[in-house]
Design a protein around this ligand. Sequence first.
Ligand code: ADP
Length: 459
Amino acid sequence: MNAEVEDNRRTLASDMRRAWLVELRRLLFAVGGGWLVGFLFSAPHLGMAAGLLLLVSFHLRLLYLLARWSLNPHRVELPESGGVWGEIFEGLYATQRRARQRKRKLASILAEFQASTAALPDGAIVVTPRGHIAWFNTAAQGLLGLRSPQDIGARINNLIRHPGFQRYVEQADFSKDVQLPSPLNAQYTLNLRLIPYGNGQRLLIVRDVSEHQRLDRMRRDFVANASHELRTPLTVLSGYIEMMHGEAGRPDSALAAWSAPLGEMRGQLGRMEHLIGDLLKLARLESDTPAPRNEVIDMEKLLLDAVRQAQTLSRGAHHFDSAIDETLLLYGRESELQSIAINLLSNAVRYSPDGGSIRLEWRTAREGGSEYPLLRVEDSGIGIEAESIPRLTERFFRVDVGRSRATGGTGLGLAIVKHALEHHEAELSVTSEPGEGSAFSCHFPSYRLYREGEQRRVG
Ligand code: ADP
């Protein structure tokens, strides 16, 4: 390959040398010829000047033709010429040929790309840095009702007017996606995701997730209905067992021998009731809307109640300490905030050995210049291995199943916490050291913060 390039270079250099010799010959011919003709008419200098004038006119003509060609290279042809001009024209033709070939290749790549994206079941829309539609495929027409070519060049925000989409574009966090009802039929749900690429361009991918949602809803309804149906027979059973266990406790009772098994049955029934309660709570959380942004919750009262419940569970075996900023209130939903606090505190009790300490903090923290509310529950318990931390909020995930069951755990507590936090646009972060303890921090967004005495948000 290198030898070929070297050969080419050598040929070009020798062509160029030859071309300059032609030019030199032309010059000598013009000067010499002019001198000779002038000499015949006894005016050799005039003859030389005329010869040079002819040569300059020849070059000017070719320069003019080159300038004309450069203005319209597709219509106008360059003349055949020898010498340096011939080399220049040849070089320009070669460059033009290469550019044409490259253009054809790009056009065929583009056509292939458009044909393959047109066949995609997902909608694909190319959005310019200024938010205008540059191109879309056939699926995008079907999903969003875009029309070709009328909507090319239109602003994407004018065509997808749902507030959820406008917020998504403004927030510009393109690691996330957004779910919206289809503008053509509200029964269908679309999933939209903007993918930035190139120089500020974005690709909007639109997917119909209605079927996925329907299946998800069926699964949720099934769990909620099954749990609900199980609740009534369990309550009846539990009532009888409770009564029989009480009866078996009397020394002269016919059921005295059944006291231990009845006690075990009572314990297991209690666990089942707890499990069903948690399943129903999760189902409710999944179908509920985000927490209201105009209802103020008295966090001090709510958190003190939760601490009292945790102390009852601890039966005095742990040391409690709380630091609550009583002026700090939160816009949110009370039942969900209760669930968050109670689950985190009861976990701290259940996973800390007797004598351990538990600390609850309700304060603000700062990040990037803004202040946001933070709920933190810290314990000096058994801790969690780093590899288990990302899985803690999965349903039924337990680091130690035996310990969780023995302390009355359902494996759903942190899943409930995660969902309740999502309803408040809040995030959970966990730090832990095995054998040292754990800290669970809930970071609420700053717009949910409400300081006592401030004007309340309405509506
Ligand atoms: P469970 O009902 O089993 O406690 P959770 O969803 O509340 O279910 O918690 C999931 C798992 O996370 C627990 O089984 C436990 O292994 C671990 N875990 C939760 N909180 C703590 C904590 N404070 N200290 C140590 N491990 C914890």
